[in-house]
Design a protein around this ligand. Structure first.
Ligand SMILES: CC(C)(COP(=O)(O)OP(=O)(O)OC[C@H]1O[C@@H](n2cnc3c(N)ncnc32)[C@H](O)[C@@H]1OP(=O)(O)O)[C@@H](O)C(=O)NCCC(=O)NCCS
Length: 191
């Protein structure tokens, strides 16, 4: 996984105060990307409601944030009441930012977050035609075994270790500080 910050933007976890940024990102997806993300066409009202539940049930959402806007996101969602052996993952990158390695970078973070929670199977409701998603999966074949079609990724068993847990915690702490600074600057601008 590369450095957390790039000259162009930052990969970090999104916090509950940022559901509006997540919603705006999903609303900016072009028609085809929106259909690929949700596996069918969805209306703006559906996205409003979906985004408002961004962090429900302990979901972990990472964003690629550039100039205060979320341009890509990766979600890790529980399937039951607690974190079990299975979870759902989803990815979205705005059209102008696709094919720059952002989806692959986010996949790395989701796999690490899943592994740190002892998740063994990742379900991704990807359409079979989604060749970009399959290309990303191939890049992570050391970590994931994929059953294509209705894409199901099995995380290659590897016990979370001290370093992967610390890496996620350290990155989250830094991301949280940046999110707070960003919120402060938005409040100052609005005052
Ligand atoms: C799928 C998606 C998340 C990928 O993100 P991304 O940032 O564009 O992906 P990356 O740039 O990291 O990697 C894309 C890979 O696909 C390859 N690719 C691009 N177009 C392709 C095509 N038509 N066929 C096959 N591979 C293709 C790229 O070459 C790249 O692989 P490489 O790095 O080995 O060259 C993004 O395109 C997206 O949000 N699509 C719409 C929503 C969606 O499909 N979500 C997934 C549902 S779970």
């Amino acid at each position: 996984m590369s450095e957390q910050t790039t000259s162009e933007g930052m990969y970090r976890r999104l916090w509950p105060s940022e559901t509006d940024k997540f919603r705006d990102h999903l609303l900016r997806l072009d028609k085809d990307s929106r259909r690929m993300r949700f596996a069918h066409a969805v209306a703006d009202a559906f996205i409003d409601d979906y985004a408002s539940r961004m962090t429900d049930y302990g979901s972990v959402v990472y964003g690629y944030v550039l100039d205060g806007k979320v341009r890509a996101a990766a979600e890790l969602r529980r399937l039951g009441d607690g974190w079990g052996e299975e979870a759902e993952a989803a990815f979205s990158v705005e059209r102008a930012f696709q094919d720059h390695g952002i989806g692959s970078e986010l996949m790395g973070r989701v796999v690490r977050a899943a592994r740190n929670r002892s998740i063994r199977r990742l379900y991704m409701s990807c359409l079979a035609e989604n060749s970009k998603m399959q290309a990303i999966a191939r890049k992570h074949e050391a970590d994931l075994r994929f059953e294509y079609g209705e894409v199901i990724g099995e995380i290659v068993p590897q016990t979370p270790d001290y370093f992967s847990i610390m890496a996620e915690a350290a990155e989250d702490r830094m991301g949280f500080m940046i999110a707070v600074l960003d919120l402060q600057s938005r409040l100052v601008r609005a005052a």
